[in-house]
Design a protein around this ligand. Structure first.
Ligand code: CO
Length: 182
């Protein structure tokens, strides 16, 4: 469905461009598309597939989050409902190797101090930067590099607010967000 909704959006954009008489209008449309769409289109597509998923199978929610070469996630908030199975896909939309710009998605237990966890993670290079034996992680993906993606499934924890981060050294200070269970 993601592919379909993207296709519809792209066709829509083409139609709009085709309708524009003046070159100026064309350029405007193109600028709007390029300036705002990568993120908003992705989010719209994600929202749509999530709600469609909800109508057919309310126990599973699909979430997609991207990391890039600028050391950023494209979302700082993810909302799910208690009891849902979360099918989360992390996409690295950059090109850099995972040894240089690696990204993972790590959901931390409530009360975990991000800085402290991040510092422990630095020492866990051999374990994908997840401290061995930690009880501070609810779910996590493996570490990926540019062009890769990974999907995990886990049960949403009890209602509340949780932190998610990328545990690659130094990334947690900016690659983080709230995982809200309603
Ligand atoms: Co990262």
């Amino acid at each position: 469905m993601k592919f379909l909704s993207k296709t519809v959006l792209i066709l829509g954009a083409v139609a709009m461009i085709a309708c524009g008489d003046k070159k100026e209008e064309k350029e405007d449309k193109i600028t709007i598309g390029d300036g705002t769409s990568p993120q908003s289109q992705t989010e719209a597509a994600t929202d749509k597939s999530a709600s469609e998923m909800n109508s057919s199978d309310e126990d599973v929610v699909e979430v997609t989050i991207e990391g890039n070469d600028q050391m950023r996630f494209n979302k700082d908030e993810i909302k799910v409902k208690a009891g849902q199975t979360v099918r989360l896909t992390l996409k690295h939309v950059g090109e850099m190797e995972k040894t240089v710009m690696g990204h993972n998605w790590v959901l931390l237990t409530q009360g975990t101090v991000i800085n402290e966890f991040g510092q422990k993670a630095v020492q866990a290079k051999d374990n994908d930067y997840i401290p061995e034996g930690t009880d501070a992680v609810i779910a996590h993906t493996k570490m990926i590099g540019g062009g890769e993606e990974v999907t995990i499934e886990f049960e949403a924890p009890e209602a509340g607010e949780y932190d998610f981060i990328c545990s690659f050294p130094g990334h947690y200070s900016v690659m983080k967000g709230k995982f809200i269970v309603e």
